[in-house]
Write a protein that binds this ligand. Structure first.
Ligand SMILES: [Zn+2]
Ligand SMILES: [Zn+2]
Length: 380
């Protein structure tokens, strides 16, 4: 079976890789009234619903404004016309542009193409972009420029896997994903060469499960020494999202936290959630040695995740002690704890582990394959 699998991969690679494009709703929810489009590299053809309008050379600027009858387009102060849709298509070898919105919003640069649609009260901008250019932008928005190069590679693979398994999220609005944390943070093009190279060097790589389906590539800031089973946070149990011990994030950033909560608030919430006959089994201190799912065992029916959500705790990995009129919580880690621990993964990358070794450590029993192989198995 394995031999057949690699034979298929060989055939697919010898057919060559095709560029994959994705539609990202940018400035999502910002209700853009007007913006300036200027070409920073390459050249563009501009289309409307009526057909081709203009050829735009490098350096050209046009102004796009929301109007009662659609979209008003101006170039060099001259009115070009009113339209329902505009499509800026890059025709050079390497194309990128700047969007400068009115109303004090930050200007962003984007790679590849831009679609503009008229909506009831503003404009929806859609960046039609090569998947790997998008992935590079997301990696910078999600983790900044500080991590080591090997870490950028694994974050690129995670962001690519997430993007492709969530292409349906905004289909009704006319695009695949938005640029907010609701999908993945994306502020446009990155100019940080190590990130661009990491996206290119992992071009097309995605993570799949044993059924060759894209995985839920969950990650969080720090696990505090042990990651969490997926079903302890979300109800779904996924075989590759298992609790693993992690010594790499201990004593690093976000490893420990403390919080003091008035006793009345703490016990009041617990009394509301736990059946009276089980309240006796709750007697402080609460000091779990390893990750637990529930507060004082499953019979209380109170999950640590409920406590984390209600009291806005950094993690579900904590002990509780009485402290005068308060309870003192001493916790470890930051985030839901499922899947890849970012701080641990960065430490592994610094110590010389490869991105594949790191991914296999946090997502057990998965495979890293090329996107074109995924298409092949889907159509099989
Ligand atoms: Zn979204
Ligand atoms: Zn960790």
């Amino acid at each position: 079976m394995k031999q057949r699998f690699f034979f298929f991969l060989f055939i697919i690679f010898s057919l060559g890789l095709k560029a994959e494009f994705i539609n990202i709703g940018v400035y999502h929810g910002k209700n853009i009234k007007s913006f300036e489009f200027s070409i920073r590299a390459g050249q563009y053809s501009l289309f409307s619903e009526k057909g081709k309008l203009l050829e735009l050379a490098g350096g050209t600027k046009v102004t796009v404004t929301h109007a009662s009858n659609g979209i008003k387009l101006q170039k060099d102060g001259q009115n070009i016309g009113s339209f329902q849709r505009l499509n800026f298509v890059g025709t050079g070898w390497y194309n990128h542009f700047l969007v400068k919105p009115s109303g004090g919003l930050t200007a962003h640069r984007y790679d590849d193409n831009l679609k503009v649609m008229a909506q009831h009260s503003g404009l929806q901008l859609i960046n039609n972009i090569d998947l790997d250019n998008y992935v590079a932008g997301v990696v910078e928005a999600e983790v900044g420029r500080k991590p080591p190069v090997e870490y950028f590679k694994l974050q690129a693979i995670i962001c690519r896997t997430y993007a492709l398994s969530n292409t349906h999220k905004h289909l009704l609005e006319g695009f695949n994903l938005c640029d907010q944390v609701h999908c993945q943070a994306y502020h446009g093009k990155t100019f940080h060469t190590p990130i661009v190279e990491a996206a290119l060097q992992t071009r097309g790589a995605v993570i799949v499960d044993s059924e060759i389906g894209l995985i839920t590539a969950a990650f969080h800031s720090s696990c505090g020494g042990q990651t969490v089973n997926s079903e302890d946070v979300w109800s779904k149990s996924l075989y590759y999202l298992r609790s693993v011990e992690d010594t790499f994030c201990i004593n690093r950033k976000n490893a420990y936290w403390e919080k003091t909560i008035p006793k009345q608030q703490w016990h009041g919430f617990i009394a509301k959630k736990v059946k009276r006959e089980h309240l006796d089994s709750i007697s402080l201190p609460f000091s779990p040695l390893i990750r637990e799912k529930d507060y004082f065992g499953s019979k209380t029916g109170l999950s640590l995740e409920d406590l984390r959500n209600h009291f806005k705790l950094r993690s579900t990995f904590f002990e509780v002690r009485e402290h005068g009129d308060s309870v003192l919580l001493c916790g470890r880690g930051y985030g839901h704890g499922v899947g890849l621990c970012q701080i641990g993964a960065m430490e592994m990358a610094k110590r010389g582990y490869t991105y594949a070794q790191i991914l296999h450590y946090y997502y057990q029993g998965v495979h890293i394959i090329d996107l074109s192989a995924l298409d092949f198995f889907k159509s099989d």
